[in-house]
Design a protein around this ligand. Sequence first.
Ligand code: G3P
Ligand code: CA
Length: 240
Amino acid sequence: MDIYAHRGSSGTHPENTLSAFKEAARLPIYGVEFDVHMTKDGELIVIHDESIDRTSNGSGLVKDMTLEELKTFDYGAWFSVEFEGEGIPTLQEVFVVFAQTSHHINIELKSDIFPYDGMVEKVVALVGTMKLDKRVVLSSFDHGAIRKVKQIAPHLETAALFMEVLVDPLNYVRDIPADALHLTLPAALRLTISQVITEGFAVRVFTVNRVEYLEALKAAGAQAIFTDYPEKMSIYLNAK
Ligand code: G3P
Ligand code: CA
């Protein structure tokens, strides 16, 4: 069972910050997951929500602010005073953290609320510049974005994100096309995972923070989980 640090090590550090990613990078885990939006001036930025309200001391939509404006706020104090002064990282800054590690990198394209014209092309270009083509999987709830990735860079791994159980997952995913399904825990447990894997698709499940659920998914045959507590899960798995 592979472990991905969800938004970095987000249970112990402020999500999607360099602190959370540096913590993930030091852990003996398979991968890391994070979320990408685009700023008003077309920069790729790593944050979960489309607004900065929940995870910073500022307010407003990412798409309405420049990178310089976004960089003026604090993205750590909301989590703990220990992380006061934490900034918002660009995609490139996050790639640099993992440049010398072997972690698999799941880039979630957060274009499902605002379309971010040109974001897919920019992400694909940066992955190429940083020579990370063989180490990334690009995922999204916006399945049009995944389709676009395959059109411009067919060699890159993609994953379709789902909240719900699908009626006919295999044909749907083949049609996008995507290489993997990233599913919520309830959706995954209602699916015949072994059949999906036999057909050649990876199945990874979010967000799994309890070992009981990890065990259920392992028994069902899922390849990987996204967790906010990667160190805890890694220690649990290695002790078995
Ligand atoms: O990529 C898996 C998971 O991160 C998707 O949900 O809301 O945490 O981005 P969310
Ligand atoms: Ca995500």
